[in-house]
Design a binder for this molecule. Structure first.
Ligand code: ADE
Length: 251
């Protein structure tokens, strides 16, 4: 996977991405990161890349030409048109399914805006999809790009040490992850659930599945609709709901 980020803050992207697991994956050659500073393509003698909005209003708008030239500096070196994502709170909401989908691409271009936005005409020309990381407004697209690149990277083969961990983590199968424990067996008076020390593999697996179902039911019931549930899972959830409604009646 080759990431190309068009940004006014390339250091922010490099510092964020070249740390920890994604940084190791870059060293191993599994991922590459190219940052393109949009300011290098300024068409203004003061190196500006923004201007006042036509029609008036607060703030400044990033101009079309520097953004387009930054994009063309990347696209002209690639054999086919890369997928271009524009980081924007108006975009499609990013989620795990989209991370998986994007991990199939060879090349991804992420465009980060600042100020009050980017001239619409260049967005119409080069952007395939606008992507939002949530319903809040950031000062710029860089943090959103880092979030997306991180989530996509861990779906790329070989990036995680243990191939299993991407498969079984939160949101796989639309279920939240079961709780984890490590040494010591008793920490500040709190013991590890005894079943995990039993050595009985099948019972441990059953307990973990039930914990996943319980957590999802309590924290994110909306996810259960899209989950692949077995008959046994459904029975467990039915019994859970019955015991919860029983508790309601008692109070
Ligand atoms: N730029 C500003 N806010 C954003 C958001 N929530 N998601 C993606 N890009 C953004």
């Amino acid at each position: 996977m080759n990431f190309h980020v068009l940004t006014l803050f390339p250091d922010m992207i490099r510092d964020g991405f070249e740390t920890s697991i994604t940084g190791k994956a870059v060293e191993k050659g599994l991922l590459t990161l190219e940052t393109v500073n949009i300011r290098d393509f300024s068409v203004n003698k003061h190196n500006r890349v923004d201007d006042y909005p036509y029609g008036g209003g607060a703030g400044m708008v990033m101009q079309a030409e520097p953004v387009c030239l930054a994009y063309e500096s990347v696209a002209s070196r690639l054999p086919k048109k890369p997928k271009v994502l524009y980081m924007s709170p108006q975009g499609r909401r990013f989620d795990q399914a989209m991370a998986q989908e994007l991990a199939e691409e060879e090349e991804l271009v992420l465009l980060c805006g600042h100020y009050e936005g980017i001239d619409e005409r260049v967005l119409e020309e080069i952007v395939d999809e606008e992507v939002s990381i949530g319903d809040y407004v950031l000062t710029g697209g860089e943090l959103a790009a880092l979030v997306i690149m991180d989530a996509v990277s861990r779906m790329v083969g070989g990036v995680l040490h243990n191939e299993e961990s991407a498969q079984f983590d939160s949101f796989h199968d639309n279920l939240l992850e079961y709780p984890q424990y490590s040494r010591p067996e008793v920490w500040r008076g709190k013991a590890v659930p005894p079943i995990l020390l039993s050595g009985h593999h099948a019972n441990v697996e059953k307990w973990r599945r039930e914990q996943s179902l319980l957590r999802t039911r309590m924290r994110r019931p909306d996810l259960l609709e899209g989950a692949a549930l077995t008959k046994q899972d459904r029975r467990f959830l039915r019994e859970l709901d019955q015991s919860l409604s029983g508790k309601d009646e008692e109070t």
